[in-house]
Design a protein around this ligand. Structure first.
Ligand code: SF4
Length: 74
């Protein structure tokens, strides 16, 4: 079952100058985001692909606005 938009994947990005830690991204998408144990700052693990629905929820949950779409998946 594939109806296009719901299955669309996007590439995620984190602005590490805006991230304030807390790890909401890692909780919701542990395969895509990793919070550094020392700095507490999140990073995207390659290739950073996430389905659009989860990605939009993450944009809403990130308290600092550090998460964005890098680009639509190729
Ligand atoms: S949810 Fe946002 S502020 Fe929190 S760790 Fe992830 S990128 Fe940083």
């Amino acid at each position: 079952m594939s109806d296009g938009a719901a299955d669309e994947q996007v590439v995620m990005a984190v602005d590490d100058t805006r991230c304030i830690g807390g790890g909401q991204c890692e909780l919701l998408a542990p395969d895509v985001f990793e919070v550094d144990d020392d700095t507490g700052i999140a990073a995207v693990t390659a290739p950073g692909l996430l389905d659009r629905v989860t990605a939009l929820e993450l944009l809403d949950r990130c308290p600092s606005g550090a998460i964005s779409f890098a680009q639509p998946a190729p």
